[in-house]
Each structure stands twice: as C-alpha cells, then as structure tokens.
Design a protein around this ligand. Structure first.
Ligand code: AMP
Length: 277
C-alpha cells in the first residue's frame, strides 16, 4: 500500500494501474462504515484507491472543521490489511490552490434537507468529488447510504457531467444498538451516546407504521417527531418523508420513499435515514 500526497505522484501511480480502479472518498477517522466501502471496492475492482481529505469547503463557518477528528496513522493501519493499493492524502493547498474560483453545483436535488440546513455544503461536496474523480479517474466510486442526499447529488452530478464512472451506494453500517456509525460519534459522552439511539428508534417506529399499512407521510413524520421528543438530550433539526428520487416532501407514500432526519445530541449533529418500498 502506497500513501501519496502530491498530484504528480498520484498521476504516475494511476498510470501504472491496469484494469479497473475503484475510488473510496473519505474524510478519514475511519470506522466500519468506511471499511465496508473499501471491502466492496476490493471485491469489485483490480485496484483500490482511498482518498482521505477533510474538505474545508463543505463545512459551514459555524461547523466543526477545526476539531473534525483526524488520525492518519490509525487510518492507514486499518486500510493496509484490506488490500488497499493507494491512499491519497492531498493537502488543502493542492485541492484549492491560491486564487481558486471554480465550483461544481448541482441544483434542485441539493436544495432540500441537508442543503437547506447547511448552505453551501453540497457545493463543497460536489466540487471536491469532481476534483477527486478527475485526479484518480476511477471506473467505480463507492459512497454510503448513510449520506443519502449526498449519494443522490453525486449520482446526478456524475450523469450531468458525463463522468464515465459507476457510482456504487453501500448500505448503512450500524452499531449493535442501531446507531449509524459516524466519525462524529466520538464527540458523544456516554450519556449522549445512549440518547443517540433515538434516531434509529424514531426511524424504526415510522417504518413499523409503514409496514402496518400507513401511507400518510405527515403521519410518518409525526411518529418520528414524537419518538424524538421523548428523548430529552435530543433536539430535532428536521424530519422528512420524501420521494426517493427527487427528495421532495410527500403527502402520500406511493413508490420508494426516504425517511430521514438531522438531530442534535448536545452540540453533535447526527443524521440517519431508512428507505421505504
Ligand atoms: P465521510 O468520511 O464521513 O465523508 O464518509 C465517507 C464515506 O463513507 C461516505 O460515502 C459516507 O456516506 C460513507 N459512510 C459514512 N458512515 C457510514 C456508515 N455508517 N455506513 C456506510 N457508509 C458510511
């Protein structure tokens, strides 16, 4: 496994690869969620490239960029045994050279949900992912369903910009009690960590109603809110029951739908989702 930080080294390593190349973009501080994407890429591709870059442009001014957890040594020790070929760790100066002024922006599907709560977030995500795609030129790129809207936005960008890349979306990896794995879970103290299961409990309660035949989206949103309200340490930011493809809020669930939410537990912002249908 090689670890590379300059673009020149990345390009020459890429030129030496024959066969299919899979890319797993991450912000590091890896957990089983990330590793599941690497394992899937390892199964499906001849070469596996993992990028680790805490992308400043996808963080808002009041967000946790400075204190985002980082541990490159540990990340490398987790990636090596999985058969990763190359880890790319570019600096902010490489990704955003002085005078940088080019942005990739996906319109409608970036606007609701996370886009509404985190202005500019998806512009940062799509810009950095487009740059990673250009630099690595993968055949396949792996993302998690954990960030459901991000997956939809990246699929849209890939179609719109004609990137010849297959986007593979992998299922959410959860802790034993249902909490979706996230690098941000380390911010939670033990009491908050227990409270954080409320996202999974709330999504599960809505899904149970759906499975019992409920199709009124407002009733499903109401159930999620009710369960969240029962957890004193949790503060809801939004709950949504939206069309799976457009992410527009539904009145009635007919086809595939996305239940999703953002919840603060203390100062930590957690997101989670279930797919219905
Ligand atoms: P991040 O490092 O948070 O930018 O995440 C890198 C990739 O890992 C993204 O495609 C995420 O959706 C994915 N990911 C993060 N957490 C999980 C999880 N619990 N299960 C599956 N994929 C995940």
């Amino acid at each position: 496994m090689r670890t590379i930080s300059t673009l020149d080294d990345l390009r020459s390593a890429r030129l030496s690869f024959s066969g299919t190349v899979g890319l797993v973009p991450t912000m590091g501080y890896l957990h089983e969620g990330h590793l599941s994407l690497v394992r899937r890429a390892r199964e499906e591709c001849d070469r596996v490239v993992v990028s680790i870059f805490v992308n400043p442009t996808q963080f808002g001014p009041s967000e946790d960029l400075a204190k985002y957890p980082r541990d490159l040594e540990r990340d490398l020790s987790l990636l090596e045994p999985l058969g990763t070929d190359l880890v790319w760790t570019p600096s902010a100066e490489i990704m955003y050279p002085k005078g940088y002024q080019t942005w990739v922006e996906v319109e409608a599907i970036s606007r609701p949900l996370e886009g509404a709560m985190r202005p500019g977030h998806f512009r940062g995500v799509t810009t950095v992912v487009a740059k990673l795609f250009n630099a690595v030129q993968p055949h396949r790129a792996y993302f998690g369903q954990k960030d459901a809207q991000q997956a939809a936005v990246i699929r849209q960008m890939t179609r719109d910009l004609n990137f010849p890349i297959k986007i593979v979306i992998c299922p959410i990896v959860r802790e034993a009690d249902g909490l979706a794995m996230s690098s941000r879970n380390v911010y939670l103290d033990p009491e908050q960590r227990k409270a954080a299961t409320v996202l999974f409990r709330s999504l599960s309660a809505a899904k149970e109603l759906y499975e019992a035949g409920e199709r009124n989206a407002e009733t499903l949103r109401g159930k999620m809110k009710e369960v969240l309200a029962g957890e004193p340490l949790a503060e809801m930011q939004y709950v949504s029951c939206a069309d799976y493809d457009t992410l527009e809020e539904l009145d009635e669930v007919k086809g595939k739908a996305l239940l999703s939410m953002a919840v603060f537990v203390g100062k930590t912002r957690l997101i989670d989702n279930f797919v219905l249908g």
